[in-house]
Design a protein around this ligand. Structure first.
Ligand code: GLN
Length: 277
């Protein structure tokens, strides 16, 4: 058999396993395993794969067919044009979250930045690489997530400090900018998510409590003491949380509150300025 046949069989296998993205995923696993881009594939498609290549490809396909997200299989996801390592201890960075980073970027130059619930570190690392902050601290409650986040900082030559902390628990000092994409899916909704997310992404990174808003309440309430007067707080939010989170910021005395939409037209980012003196 040839590489061409190997790839065709891969696509067939995934489509029979009801994978919607069968063509894309079979190619991505193939090109990752064989380190072949499209041009190299066209040169080599009539050559013969080794037994080992065939076997390894089959095992990758089987893992994907069992709903393991592609990014956990290949261990990587691109975000803000940078490459991030991922495993089952961190949420896979989402395109939606790029909107949060793009919104906060113009504010971070020469400022102190705190990223809560950093997960893979995608927010802190990209703000640090692209935004020239004075200082960037990132926290997570999960030591296993921080292990990945530290590697991602190193991989992208970002100067970020990491701390294991339950939100502000272990933090001292005040910051110009606080940014967070906390878990914001309500417990009930988590159960109905696609298998890839529900069974493979960390529940800890998804579940925002009964109403999905628990982390916004905590961060706004506890965060007052950690945000400089006139400092800015940036949140990613769920599509139906714009009004609720805006209301919480207003009630806490924030000013200049803005809600931004994602590319699908849903509320995705809320930010505001500390009204304190
Ligand atoms: N900050 C990380 C991200 O945006 C993790 C978010 C989370 O775990 N809720 O991908």
């Amino acid at each position: 058999s040839t590489y061409r046949e190997m790839l065709k069989r891969g696509e067939k296998f995934l489509s029979e396993a009801c994978r919607e993205e069968a063509a894309t995923d079979s190619w991505l696993l193939f090109s990752w395993l064989l380190e072949m881009n499209r041009a190299e594939y066209i040169v080599k498609e009539r050559e013969r794969p080794s037994e080992k290549e065939l076997r390894t490809y089959q095992s990758l396909l089987e893992r994907r067919a069992s709903h393991i997200p592609l990014q956990y299989i290949i261990g990587e996801q691109e975000f803000m044009g940078l490459s991030f390592l991922v495993n089952e201890h961190v949420l896979i960075p989402r395109m939606d979250t790029e909107i949060l980073v793009e919104t906060a970027l113009p504010y971070v130059s020469e400022k102190s930045v705190l990223d809560l619930c950093t997960g893979s570190g995608c927010i802190a690392v990209s703000l640090s690489v692209l935004g020239n902050p004075d200082f960037c601290l990132a926290t997570d409650i999960s030591e296993q997530a921080l292990e990945i986040a530290r590697k991602n900082a190193e991989r992208n030559q970002a100067e970020v400090s990491f701390l294991k902390s339950d939100l502000f628990g272990k933090i001292s000092g005040t910051f110009d900018i606080i940014v967070s994409n906390p878990p914001y899916i309500s417990t009930e909704i988590v159960e109905g998510l696609m298998e890839e997310v529900r069974d493979h992404e960390p529940r800890l990174a998804l579940d925002g409590g009964e109403d999905g808003l628990i982390f916004y309440h905590r961060i706004i309430l506890e965060g007052k003491g950690f945000l400089k007067p006139q400092g800015w707080l940036f949140f990613e939010i769920g599509y139906d949380q714009g009004e609720a989170v805006t209301g919480m910021l207003q009630a806490a005395g924030f000013i200049n509150i803005v809600c931004k939409k994602d590319y699908a037209g849903f509320d995705r980012v809320v930010f505001g300025q500390n009204g304190g003196i």
